[in-house]
Design a protein around this ligand. Structure first.
Ligand code: G4P
Length: 531
C-alpha cells in the first residue's frame, strides 16, 4: 500500500548541527552518515579540525566547490526516517550563511566540547535558533578526554542560554575512566567500547534500572556508587524530559558521548527519531502553509555559484515546504510571477549529487539556474506565496573595490551583482560616484572574495578602505524615502535589488540621520525579496 503524504512527511527530519569550531561537528556528521549507511568509512566527509581551517586549505576547499557543496546538504535514512542534515559553515567569519541555513531546518543538534562548555559561536548560533523557536538536542562531546564536571556543564547551559536542561543519559567516568552512559529515559546501560573507532559499536548490555546488581558486576564499585548518587541528584535537580517544552525550544535533552569513538551517536539518532519534529508549518506573508498540503511550495535559502567552473552554473537550494515535488513540474516563481519548469532538480547525497525525481516537505532540492533565482525566493504550484523570515544582515565591514585593470570595470559590476545575489556579500552602488562598496561580516571574507573574483571571473581586484563605518537599509513610505535620499545624497547607495541604503561615516552620523528623520527606519537587517 502506498504511503500517504502525511505518513511520508512524518518520517522526515531536517536538522543542522550548531557548534563552536573544534567541538566535533564534522566528526559527528561523519558518524551520523556512517550509521545512516550513506558512507562506509570514517574520514570521508572532509578534512577535520585545523587541517580544514588552515587559511590556504580553506581557500582550496572553496575553490573546489564541488566538495563543499556535495557536503552542504546530506541526506540519509536511518530507523525508518529520512534525514536531511544541513551543514552550517563553521568559520567564525562566515556566520551569515549559517544563519540562513537555520531558516531551513526544523531542529538542531548543539555540540559542546566537554572540556570547554559553551563557547562564543555556540552562543551566537543558539540565539538564532531561539529567535526561530528551533528545538535543540544537546550533545556533549569528547567524554573520552578529561573534561568538566557534568553538573557544571548542565548549569552553564542553563544559565548562559537560559534554557532548561534535562540529562537524557548520565556519563560514567570521564577521560581514561570513561565507561559509558546510563540512559535515564530508557533506564539502561550503554557501555563504552574504545575499540569501536570507525566501526559500529557492539550492542549495549541491557540493564534494568540503576539498582540492577548487574551494574556492580560490570563496573568498578566507585564509579557505580558515583553513578547512583549523581543520577539520583540529576533526576532531583533537573526537570524530567518534557517533549512539549523541547518542541517549544525551552528545554533541551542532553546526551553525553564521544563522536570519534561512535559513542552516543546511535542514541542521538534515536532521539531525533523519537523527539525531533517532522517538517513544521511555514509562515508565508499570505498564510501559514501546512507541510501536508497537496500543492508544492518551497523557498530558496542558499545559492551557490560556479560549482562547476567550466559552466557558469549556479544552484539554488530550495527547502520544500509542502506537497509532492516531481521532476519536470511547472512552478510559479513568486518574485517574477513567471512559470518555471524544473527540468533537472538535484538531490544531495553524502558525496554525490543525483537527479531528484521527487521530494517532499523538509527535503532540500537543488535548482540549477543562470541567475534568475535569488535567496528568499518562493516557488509554488498555482498560487503565489511569499515565505517570510530569511534575513539579510547589515555588513559589519565595508570596503571599496576596484578592478586593477580599469577596462574590466563593467565585468566587475556583473561579477559583484552575481556575488550579491548569491548572498556572499552585500554590494552597494553609491548614488554619487562610480565605486562599488562591498560589505561583509568578517575580515577574511574580503580575501576570499578577491580570490573568487580573480579565479572565477578573471578580474584581479583591489579592496581599499572607505570612509564608511556601517550600512543601514532605509525603510519609509515613498515620499519620505525621497526626502531622506535628497538630504543624504553623498552617503546613500542602492543594494543589488535597488533598495535604498544609508552608509554612515560614524556612530554620530548614524544617530543624527535617525534624529533628523524620525519617521524613517534604519534597519540592520532586511528580509529578502518579500513582495
Ligand atoms: P569541528 O567540525 O566542530 O570543527 O570539529 P571536528 O570534528 O573537526 O573535530 C575537531 C577535533 O576534535 C579533531 O581533532 C577531532 O578528531 C577531535 N574530536 C572530535 N570528536 C572527538 C571525540 O569524541 N573525542 C576526542 N578525543 N576528539 C574528538 P584534530 O586533532 O583537529 O583532527 P584529527 O587529526 O583528529 O583529524
Amino acid at each position: 500500500m502506498s504511503e500517504t503524504l502525511r505518513e511520508i512527511v512524518q518520517k522526515r527530519r531536517t536538522f543542522a548541527i550548531i557548534s563552536h569550531p573544534d567541538a566535533g561537528k564534522t566528526t559527528l556528521t561523519e558518524k551520523l552518515l556512517l550509521f545512516g549507511g550513506a558512507i562506509n568509512q570514517a574520514g570521508a566527509v572532509k578534512a577535520r579540525g585545523e587541517n580544514r581551517r588552515a587559511h590556504s586549505d580553506w581557500m582550496k576547499v572553496e575553490q573546489e566547490r564541488g566538495i563543499s557543496v556535495a557536503s552542504s546538504v546530506m541526506s540519509f535514512d536511518y530507523g525508518g526516517c529520512s534525514f536531511n542534515l544541513l551543514d552550517t559553515p563553521g568559520h567564525e567569519d562566515f556566520s551569515e550563511d549559517t544563519y540562513r541555513v537555520l531558516t531551513a531546518v526544523d531542529s538542531a543538534v548543539m555540540v559542546i566540547d566537554c572540556a570547554k562548555g559553551i563557547e562564543a559561536q555556540t552562543k551566537k548560533l543558539f540565539e538564532v535558533c531561539r529567535l526561530r523557536d528551533i528545538p535543540i538536542i544537546t550533545f556533549i562531546n569528547k567524554l573520552d578526554r578529561d573534561g568538566r564536571d557534568p553538573f557544571e556543564l548542565l548549569q552553564e547551559i542553563e544559565q548562559t542560554l537560559a534554557l532548561d536542561v534535562t540529562p537524557a543519559v548520565w556519563p560514567i567516568g570521564m577521560g581514561r575512566d570513561f565507561k559509558g552512559c546510563f540512559d535515564l529515559i530508557k533506564d539502561h546501560l550503554n557501555l563504552f567500547d574504545k575499540g569501536a573507532k570507525g566501526t559500529l559499536p557492539a550492542k549495549a548490555g541491557d540493564i534494568n534500572g540503576l539498582d540492577d546488581p548487574m551494574l556492580d558486576a560490570l563496573l568498578p564499585a566507585d564509579l557505580v556508587q558515583n553513578l547512583r548518587e549523581n543520577a539520583a541528584l540529576a533526576r532531583e535537580l533537573c526537570p524530567a524530559f518534557d517533549r512539549a517544552a523541547y518542541l517549544q525550544g525551552t528545554q533541551t535533552p542532553v546526551f553525553f558521548g564521544s563522536a570519534i569513538h561512535n559513542f552516543g551517536v546511535q542514541e542521538l539518532l534515536d532521539a531525533l527519531i523519537a523527539f525531533a519534529p517532522a517538517p513544521r508549518p511555514q509562515n508565508a506573508v499570505e498564510r501559514v502553509v501546512d507541510p501536508q498540503e497537496e500543492k508544492v511550495t518551497g523557498f530558496v535559502f542558499k545559492i551557490q555559484a560556479n560549482m562547476d567552473p567550466k559552466h557558469r552554473d549556479r544552484i539554488a537550494f530550495m527547502r520544500v515546504c509542502s506537497g509532492h515535488f516531481k521532476r519536470g513540474m511547472k512552478l510559479t516563481h513568486s518574485r517574477s510571477l513567471k512559470q518555471m519548469i524544473l527540468h533537472n532538480p538535484v538531490l544531495f547525497l553524502a558525496q554525490e549529487r543525483a537527479l531528484a525525481d521527487e521530494a517532499f516537505a523538509g527535503d532540500i532540492v537543488g535548482l540549477p539556474n543562470h541567475g534568475g533565482i535569488r535567496i528568499g525566493d518562493t516557488f509554488c504550484e498555482g498560487e503565489s506565496l511569499h515565505f517570510k523570515g530569511i534575513p539579510c544582515f547589515a555588513p559589519e565591514l565595508l570596503q571599496k573595490v576596484r578592478a586593477k585593470d580599469p577596462l574590466k570595470a563593467k565585468h566587475l559590476e556583473k561579477a559583484l551583482a552575481q556575488i550579491a545575489e548569491e548572498g556572499g556579500a552585500s554590494v552597494f552602488k553609491p548614488v554619487q560616484g562610480n565605486d562599488f562598496i562591498v560589505g561583509v561580516v568578517g575580515q577574511l571574507q574580503f580575501e576570499v572574495l578577491a580570490d573568487r573574483i580573480r579565479t572565477e571571473y578573471d578580474i584581479p581586484v583591489l579592496f581599499e578602505p572607505t570612509i564608511y563605518y556601517t550600512a543601514r537599509w532605509v525603510k519609509a513610505d515613498k515620499d519620505m524615502l525621497e526626502k531622506f535620499e535628497a538630504a543624504n545624497r553623498a552617503t546613500c547607495a542602492r543594494d543589488h535589488d535597488g533598495e535604498l541604503v544609508f552608509l554612515a561615516r560614524n556612530a554620530w552620523h548614524l544617530n543624527k540621520a535617525g534624529e533628523d528623520f524620525p519617521d524613517v527606519k534604519l534597519m540592520t537587517t532586511r528580509e529578502q525579496s518579500v513582495m
